[in-house]
Design a protein around this ligand. Structure first.
Ligand SMILES: Cc1cc2nc3c(=O)[nH]c(=O)nc-3n(C[C@H](O)[C@H](O)[C@H](O)COP(=O)(O)OP(=O)(O)OC[C@H]3O[C@@H](n4cnc5c(N)ncnc54)[C@H](O)[C@@H]3O)c2cc1C
Length: 288
């Protein structure tokens, strides 16, 4: 087996090309090292740019090898994309967060991966390059093929970065999850919300829940119900009911029953919306 610590994107693409499907990109390895290892590993975590968090014009961009620790403690992410900081700060344990990356979290394609759920809530898009040098940009929720299988083929494609619009004045985001323990436990359900208020009423909204489908899933019917309304107790109760009605969930012997999971979807989505709206109002009481 070969292991290359790449020093340029060209080197990554050449190594994948030479590997003819037998070499694969690795970042932190916290998911990949638990699977059957390929013939060759191409490590991109030392590449210039893959660990950068920056804002350019009206977009926040995070390199795909930004670790969960770096995202959760970034002043830019904390102030303009709080949902992502909250999603990253609950992943695994400090050791996992210090080495696991946001790109790996998305490409590993677990349906309720915490950073991925937050990124879908924020409306993030991934920038991807293939071994021929073609670049494409896709919404994160469109990168899922089936349960635990990404549409990004990491033997021939590399996610370079993730980009989304920062939350500006009048906007807020939040992430919530429920698990058996506070550390080292995958979530029974997690949820994210992003909301933009205008004159106290919802102008734009994204509500996301997982695991509901292979990909973190937007609750579009519930979103539509909320447009034009204040985020008050009545709206929060309506969201709790509607979110649970909008999805179908599976039970899991390891985590929880389908009935309990459905209850959690309503509770967590509505809590995420309430917190996001409070942040949009500058921590004031939302909708009043
Ligand atoms: C003990 C433990 C606890 C965990 N707890 C949680 C948890 O609470 N919540 C959670 O969401 N996850 C959890 N995880 C899963 C894991 O830590 C995360 O999914 C992590 O973000 C994966 O990132 P990585 O850099 O380690 O990915 P890697 O293992 O390096 O890669 C994962 C996959 O993505 C591909 N890949 C990585 N980067 C790229 C790229 N830039 N372009 C193309 N393909 C790429 C790889 O080829 C591989 O297929 C846990 C894992 C462990 C071992």
């Amino acid at each position: 087996m070969s292991y290359l610590i790449a020093s340029s994107l060209d080197e990554v693409l050449t190594s994948l090309r030479d590997g003819s499907g037998k070499a694969r990109v690795v970042a932190g390895g916290t998911d990949l090292y638990l699977q059957d290892l390929p013939y060759g590993l191409v490590d991109l975590s030392c590449l210039k740019g893959t660990t950068v968090i920056e804002q350019e014009d009206d977009l926040i961009s995070l390199g795909s090898a930004v670790t969960h620790t770096a995202a959760a403690s970034s002043p830019l992410v904390l102030s303009r994309a709080r949902a992502l900081a909250e999603g990253c700060e609950v992943i695994g344990s400090p050791q996992i967060r210090n080495i696991g990356t946001i790109g790996g979290n998305v490409v590993n394609a677990a349906p309720a991966a915490d950073a991925a759920v937050a990124l879908v809530g924020l409306g993030a898009e991934a920038v991807i390059i293939d071994i021929e040098g073609n670049i494409r940009q896709e919404a994160v929720e469109n990168l899922y093929w089936e349960y635990n299988r990404s549409l990004i083929d990491s033997t021939r494609e590399v996610m370079i970065s993730l980009q989304f619009k920062p939350c500006m004045d009048g906007e807020g985001s939040a992430f919530t999850r429920f698990a058996a323990r506070r550390a080292l436990a995958l979530p029974m359900v997690n949820a994210a919300a992003r909301v933009k208020l205008e004159n106290g009423l919802v102008k734009e909204i994204r509500l996301v829940a997982a695991p509901v489908n292979p990909a973190p899933t937007r609750l579009v019917k519930t979103e539509e119900l909320v447009i034009g309304k204040p985020v008050n107790d009545q709206t929060i109760s309506m969201v709790e009911r509607s979110a649970a009605e909008e999805v179908e969930v599976r039970g899991s012997l390891l985590r929880c029953s389908a009935r309990y999971r459905l209850h959690l979807v309503g509770v967590l989505v509505s809590r995420a919306l309430k917190t996001a709206a409070e942040r949009a109002m500058g921590q004031g009481k939302a909708g009043e």
